[in-house]
Design a protein around this ligand. Sequence first.
Ligand SMILES: [Zn+2]
Length: 271
Amino acid sequence: MEALIDKPGPIEVETILSANWVAPLSGLLNLKHPVAVKAGIRDREEPIEIYTHLLRHPSHGAFMVDTGVSKRFVQDPKGVGVGLVIRNFAKLDRMKVRNEPLSAVQSKGVELKGVLMTHLHFDHISGMPDIPTDIPFYTGMGEANTRQLQNLFFQGMENRLFEGRPAIREFQFTKDPNDRFDGVVDVFGDGTLFSILTPGHTAGHVSFVARTPEGPVLLTGDACHTRWGWDHGVEPGTYTYDRAKERKSLLALKALSERHPNMIVRLGHQP
Ligand SMILES: [Zn+2]
């Protein structure tokens, strides 16, 4: 991967702001990290953004990375299978949809071929009600089967959204020969798009590097939610499956971007 990514490539990446939202900073950023403690950062409500990224490959077609938020999800959460606990816990009333993901994709005159998921948390699958049921979804290994506390609440909704769709396809990672990452996969097999296994936020979380005419674009997903966290190397907070792995994944991505200074970095929930 790293021998290739500084060469311009054919993929177009467009990041679409799908919704504005808020979350407690303590979820997004580890406030107990010594760097955060030293900076005196306290918990507060933090404005965040929810994205979908439209990737266009000249022969493989158009793919979304994560789904953004559909209006139906916010206006009729019950109707799309979101239970009361989640509706309250997740402050859905504070979610403001700016661009519906599928209409944003269709307005470009492209046909969606698949959805590549960084992970399956609800703010990343909340555009699913708009996505045709024959479109395949791809995730990291084990992502769909992991049971964790957060997933206990979300499992019902997740099952409902994936009902009647093709089985989720998993990226088949191979070990990174340089041992810098847990795994890397060449998504199309032509060296234009790579998925990097970056576990920690969830068990099977992945990030992506696309080769574009302007240089490599890194989509971190929720390996890093915030701009401050990226700039200071502080991993996410309580929204964490495995803290040690999460920290390792974030530092590996930061080191990657430092080895490739022309890399454009797009974070999970902030510009
Ligand atoms: Zn997220």
